[in-house]
Design a protein around this ligand. Structure first.
Ligand SMILES: Nc1ncnc2c1ncn2[C@@H]1O[C@H](COP(=O)(O)OP(=O)(O)OP(=O)(O)O)[C@@H](O)[C@H]1O
Ligand SMILES: O=c1ccn([C@@H]2O[C@H](COP(=O)(O)O)[C@@H](O)[C@H]2O)c(=O)[nH]1
Length: 303
């Protein structure tokens, strides 16, 4: 049976306070800007992101290269810093606080105590619709990778706004460094332990990196839907959604990306028996009855 272990209330509250404070006042870095640039250009990285001078700002938080061995929140004076090990001189940054308050909270430890479910399916299959039901009935936090990317795209001052915009319009997959940093930030900021990660991973490298750097997934919930049904739903949604990719040109590209790049991720997890497949051609209510049956069984909660 799956379980979600809660972190201590005090640690969770301290973390939440610090991350929220960080997101309001500063920035956090996880991957180097150059590694994202390389990924966006399709250039192999040839190694780990550089530390020290390569800082990346995403969603109002600052993240240091993941492979550099430590993790830093909120590098502003007066706010909380959480770190795994003391930063060395090579990590020096002008944004670092001169008088940080150090909280002994280990990101990895907190994330290891979370339950992550990947929610996958073609564009318009109904992932978001069903996630809302699960949030209501099972207390999950719903994190849509697409929503996080759209929010980052709109965030004033985001250095990735334009890049995200063009990727979304083309139905292409944004470099994983950006998406993983957004997801990880949102998970930590929530202070919660059960997550539905909707629309991610969309590519094998994202799946492997997320499970290595953030947390392994418990299983994948896959919404199976024929293209003609999804097309109809997306065209209808496009009448009011305002989404730049709910139009026939973008939809065709999204379908292609799903089939060629994202579906292999589902196949990968299926091989190890980690996929629950739900047909979603029927009404939202009927589809949810199937989803609910799976969750009732797994979480032993007869709701
Ligand atoms: N079972 C269903 N039957 C009919 N319409 C549905 C069903 N499920 C969702 N919809 C509608 O289809 C559209 C797409 O649903 P939703 O946004 O949940 O899909 P999604 O898989 O999250 O899409 P995307 O991947 O593009 O974000 C919405 O307008 C939604 O109201
Ligand atoms: O992990 C992800 C998730 C999404 N994208 C991009 O966003 C759009 C829209 O995603 P939805 O899940 O339909 O909201 C998608 O077509 C990709 O361009 C991404 O790059 N990586």
């Amino acid at each position: 049976m799956l379980s979600s272990v809660r972190v201590s209330a005090a640690a969770s509250a301290a973390l939440r306070r610090s991350v929220i404070s960080a997101s309001q006042t500063s920035s956090r870095r996880l991957f180097s800007a150059s590694s994202i640039q390389r990924a966006a250009q399709g250039t192999p990285s040839g190694g780990s992101p550089q530390s020290g001078s390569n800082w990346l700002t995403i969603a109002g938080l600052t993240t240091l290269a993941a492979t550099s061995g430590y993790y830093l929140f909120s590098p502003v004076e007066g706010s909380t810093v959480i770190k795994k090990e003391a930063p060395t001189a090579s990590h020096a940054s002008p944004e670092k606080p001169s008088t940080p308050t150090i909280v002994d909270a280990d990101k990895k430890k907190i994330l290891q105590n979370t339950t992550v479910i990947f929610v996958l399916g073609g564009p318009g299959a109904g992932k978001g619709t069903q996630c809302e039901n699960l949030v209501r009935d099972f207390g999950f936090v719903h994190l849509s990778a697409g929503d996080l990317l759209r929010a980052e795209q709109e965030r004033p001052g985001s250095q990735y706004g334009e890049l995200i915009k063009s990727y979304i319009k083309e139905g292409k997959i944004v470099p994983m460094e950006v998406t993983i940093a957004l997801l990880e930030n949102a998970m930590l900021a929530s202070g919660q332990t059960r997550f539905l990660i909707d629309g991610f991973p969309r590519k094998m490298d994202q799946a492997l990196k997320f499970e290595e750097a953030v947390v392994p997934s418990a299983f994948t919930l896959y919404f199976e839907c024929p293209e003609e049904v999804m097309l109809k739903r997306l065209m209808k949604r496009g009448e009011t959604s305002g989404r730049a990719d709910d139009n026939i040109e973008s939809i065709k590209k999204r379908f292609r990306t799903f089939t060629e790049t994202s579906y292999p991720v589902i196949e990968h997890y299926n091989k190890s028996g980690k996929v629950h497949t739900v047909s979603c051609v029927d009404s939202p209510e009927v589809v949810y009855s199937r989803v609910k049956a799976i969750f009732n069984k797994l979480f032993n909660e007869n709701k």
